[in-house]
Design a binder for this molecule. Structure first.
Ligand code: HEC
Ligand code: HEC
Length: 284
């Protein structure tokens, strides 16, 4: 199983670098891309607590599964989403109205600070709705794991982990979102939107192409899998290892990955792809 997965991963990463992310990507002046992490959360405290907290929680752990967790999400990805809602390339009535609340005077700076604030918050599965999430059966989780880690070769669906990483933490410098622990309900909504072209802010149609090849059952399974995925929880790759975890928990079980697949803090993977170096674009 491990060999199959690493081969699938190698193929995917190769495909990714050759055709999905062409050189023009690096040349494009996308300021959130390769953002140097940082910011001054104190400057945006009032907007976070008075506005965003209502739905996403003051620390980005949302209590309602239709609102995404923002805690521990990658800063560059969060910035991209806020900019996309602002310029209309990602459409959602609620969020498009929310970004208008961010004062225009220091818009770029505030977006960076808000994104930094949420990226630094501790993801807390115990206070968010994951604890109450519907139970997924082992069969569903196994299908989800298979899709996440190996893709569906017959349908040309790549392994999600080729981009979102084995531990589900995504890739900060490349603005690829963390999926680990995200609410399954939200993940399903997004995948269905990509599938039907209703969310179209993904560079090079990456996610539209992928979700377009998934059916509802597969989307549900992979959504439950990522919701249960915990980067720091090590259970090993054998699904049997989490049978016990399923038995012990009343709700959706937690799934870990092997120790060597957990990204070390400060792992600068993707750093050499930092377009800010080659294009000279600012980091806002
Ligand atoms: C009234 C509820 C509500 C409030 C208040 C709200 N949001 Fe949201 N937010 C949502 C919903 C719903 C979505 C999912 C939108 C979709 O389906 O595309 C979302 C999505 C997002 C996303 C995208 C997350 C991802 O994983 O792609 C970001 C970033 C975000 N919100 C930031 C904020 C910020 C910053 C504020 C405060 C200025 C805020 N939100 C206030 C409801 C809200
Ligand atoms: C080629 C790289 C790549 C692969 C493979 C990939 N993704 Fe993505 N995914 C992305 C990128 C990039 C985004 C961010 C799009 C944007 O900028 O809004 C994304 C966004 C998402 C989102 C939205 C997250 C949010 O917070 O709104 C979900 C859900 C998602 N991917 C699930 C999956 C699943 C499930 C798979 C496997 C079936 C997968 N992805 C495979 C690159 C990839």
């Amino acid at each position: 199983m491990k060999n199959t997965m690493s081969t699938a991963r190698q193929l995917l990463v190769a495909a990714l670098s050759v055709c999905i992310i062409p050189a023009s990507y690096a040349a494009a002046k996308i300021s959130y891309h390769g953002v140097v992490p940082g910011g001054n959360p104190a400057q945006v405290k009032s907007i976070v607590t008075q506005t965003c907290a209502a739905c996403h929680g003051a620390h980005g752990n949302s209590l309602m599964p239709q609102y995404p967790n923002l805690a521990g999400q990658n800063q560059g990805y969060l910035m991209k989403q806020l900019l996309d809602f602002n310029n209309g390339s990602r459409t959602n009535q609620t969020m498009q109205a929310m970004v208008k609340i961010i004062p225009s005077k220091h818009f770029a700076r505030d977006v960076k600070d808000i994104a930094y604030y949420f990226s630094q918050q501790k993801f807390n599965p115990d206070i968010n709705a994951n604890a109450k999430a519907p139970k997924a059966t082992l069969k569903v989780l196994k299908l989800g794991e298979q899709i996440y880690r190996s893709g569906i070769p017959s349908a040309k669906v790549p392994a999600c982990m080729a981009c979102h990483e084995a531990d589900g933490m995504g890739n900060g410098p490349m603005a690829i979102p963390r999926l680990a622990g995200q609410h399954s309900k939200y993940v399903i909504t997004q995948l269905e939107q990509f599938r039907h072209g209703k969310r179209s802010n993904d560079p090079h149609k990456m996610m539209r192409m992928i979700a377009g090849r998934l059916n509802t059952k597969e989307i549900t399974a992979v959504a439950f899998y990522v919701q249960a995925l915990r980067p720091k929880l090590v259970l090993g790759n054998n699904p049997q290892n989490y049978v016990q975890a399923i038995k012990q928990r009343k709700s959706t079980p937690l799934i870990g990955v092997s120790e060597k697949e957990i990204k070390k803090p400060g792992d600068q993977k993707g750093k050499n792809k930092n377009p800010s170096k080659s294009s000279g674009s600012s980091n806002l």
